[in-house]
Design a protein around this ligand. Structure first.
Ligand code: ADP
Length: 289
């Protein structure tokens, strides 16, 4: 299983260049596409999902030329869009049955079986007869996964799935997502570093429409080892430190401002060595782009 994206570019009519020569190779498993809001993630997701065309470039999924044969891809695609929030006044079971019907599972018995199995899988079977507008954010997202899985897709795209979930719901959702990569190519777009470090075996960082890094999360993180130092400072000292050191991030910690600095050797002035996290690697890239 392989998704190959080659030299994809897209400029919107308003002049915003959302994708600049994007190339990626994605195999089976969970692939994290990390980037800030506005980086171009959704544009890329929608393009792969055949919902919009690029200006140039090519996409292949296994034998399918996606831009030439979008309907062939759609047969094996599961897509959870970012805005999956507008539900009609129907129950989970009714809507999923309808979606299964549209995806071509026309045999009544098979459809019922599929729908029940999916509702069990995402742990919504007990509330299958409840109206969707009464669902919590986490339940809606789990329903979103159920509808994306109808028809056993080999390519699954999940766009910003954990935004707006509380920690408990996010955790439950992680458990569900982590199984998806076993039998499919899964692309998960997110601005939340934890989503990638928890779930993904491979990743890319996208900034201003460009791929700025690809790799395995643990390798990306380890590449920072021995180069990071941290120290608590006073808030009004930040500018002075930024002038003197390469400050890649700052956060409040116990009333102080904790800065993380990147350097080849331990800088003088009371710094401590910091063990790297994926977030450090992400902040470093953001500070450079
Ligand atoms: P992300 O998903 O990473 O937040 P998007 O792909 O949504 O990024 O957006 C990338 C850039 O393209 C942003 O500057 C955004 O404002 C712009 N953009 C997105 N969709 C459209 C559109 N339909 N028309 C014009 N500009 C758009």
């Amino acid at each position: 299983m392989n998704l190959e994206i080659k030299n994809l570019s897209k400029t919107y009519p308003n002049g915003v260049q959302a994708l600049k020569n994007v190339s990626l190779n994605v195999g089976k498993g969970m692939f994290g596409l990390l980037g800030q809001n506005g980086a171009g993630k959704s544009t890329l997701m929608r393009t792969i999902a055949t919902l919009q065309d690029p200006d140039s470039g090519a996409i292949h999924f296994n034998e399918i030329n996606v831009l030439k044969s979008p309907e062939a891809l759609r047969k094996t695609l599961g897509y959870l869009p970012q805005e999956f929030g507008v539900y009609p006044n129907v129950t989970a079971e009714e809507l999923l049955t309808h979606i299964a019907d549209m995806k071509g599972i026309v045999h009544k018995g098979e459809r019922k079986e599929t729908v029940e199995a999916l509702l069990q899988k995402v742990n919504l079977y007990d509330v299958r007869n409840k109206k969707l507008d009464g669902y919590s954010g986490g339940m809606k997202q789990r329903f979103g996964i159920a509808q994306a899985l109808v028809g056993n897709p080999e390519l699954i795209i999940v766009d910003e799935p954990t935004a707006g979930l509380d920690p408990m719901e996010r955790n439950r959702f992680y458990n569900l997502l982590s199984e998806l990569g076993e039998n499919a190519v899964v692309i998960l777009s997110t601005h939340i570093v934890e989503d990638v470090s928890t779930l993904c075996s491979d990743m890319a960082i996208i900034g201003n429409g460009e791929v700025v890094l690809t790799g395995k999360p643990d390798e990306v993180q380890e590449a920072m080892r021995g180069k990071l130092y941290e120290m608590p400072i006073k808030k009004n000292e930040l500018v002075a430190y930024q002038e003197k050191f390469k400050v890649i991030s700052q956060r409040f910690f116990a009333g102080k401002l904790m800065i993380t600095v990147m350097a080849d050797d331990m800088p003088s002035g009371g710094f401590d060595v910091k063990a790297p996290s994926l977030e450090d690697a992400y902040f470093k890239i953001l500070s450079e782009n």
